[in-house]
Design a protein around this ligand. Structure first.
Ligand SMILES: O=c1[nH]c(NC[C@H](O)[C@H](O)[C@H](O)CO)c([N+](=O)[O-])c(=O)[nH]1
Length: 208
């Protein structure tokens, strides 16, 4: 069982250049929202991730998390490559980088990343998949937990982008509330905090 103080110690890291995707489910929404808020707040306040560089998407349930993470990662990587090709498209080999072109900034880097989820061309540096599975009276829970954990691991390994497993697999609602820091006696710990720190740490490791 979770014992306070055993979670991984985290120091502040420089997340200021990172773009992070959070995909969350629409099951057990008050608990999921607490976890999402914990991850987002930690990334912004402790690790200096820019709010406009945190993109939040939702899916019906935990079983949909791996597909959404895979798909949204792919789209972000294609858009980033398009951005780079726009830049390359403006290189006039005869006289070097055409710095007068409207699509390159004075430093000849890719077009300035316009803030916000839709406009940015920066690929995601990490994904956090957040969901809450609570056991019912059938084996449905076991099958989903296994499929989702294997699926999320596979997206990370296949894409080369770290995907944080932010899925609580609980035997009852009390366990879930405690792990989102929403339990009445306040003895719990919001695991979203650890997932936010983990996403920044693994994104920086990917970018080394
Ligand atoms: O996110 C969850 N999805 C759940 N089921 C839905 C599943 O994730 C898929 O959305 C559904 O099977 C359609 O693919 C849950 N339960 O069934 O208990 C649950 O607790 N949490």
């Amino acid at each position: 069982d979770f014992q306070k103080g055993l979670e991984p110690a985290t120091t502040t890291q420089d997340g200021s250049a990172l773009r992070i995707l959070i995909v969350h489910t629409r099951w057990n929404t008050p608990i999921v929202q607490g976890l999402v808020d914990g991850a987002k707040k930690t990334m912004i306040e402790q690790h200096n991730v820019k709010p406009e560089n945190i993109v939040i998407e939702s899916v019906p349930g935990a079983y949909e998390l791996p597909f959404a993470a895979k798909k949204l990662l792919e789209v972000s990587q294609i858009r980033a490559a398009e951005g780079a090709s726009d830049l390359i498209g403006n290189v006039n080999l005869l006289d070097g980088l055409n710095l007068n072109s409207p699509t390159t900034s004075s430093t000849g880097t890719a077009p300035p990343v316009s803030g916000g989820a839709k406009g940015s061309r920066q690929a995601f540096d990490a994904v956090i998949c957040i969901g809450v599975l609570i056991k019912g009276s059938t084996m449905h829970f076991e099958y989903i937990c296994e499929a989702v954990s294997q699926g999320i691991m596979r997206v990370g390994l296949d894409s080369g982008v770290p995907v944080i497993f932010g899925v609580l697999t609980c035997l009852n609602e009390e366990q879930a509330l405690s792990r989102a820091g929403l339990d009445k006696d306040g003895r719990g710990h919001n695991h979203g905090i650890d997932w936010g720190s983990g996403a920044v740490e693994m994104a920086l490791l990917k970018n080394r």
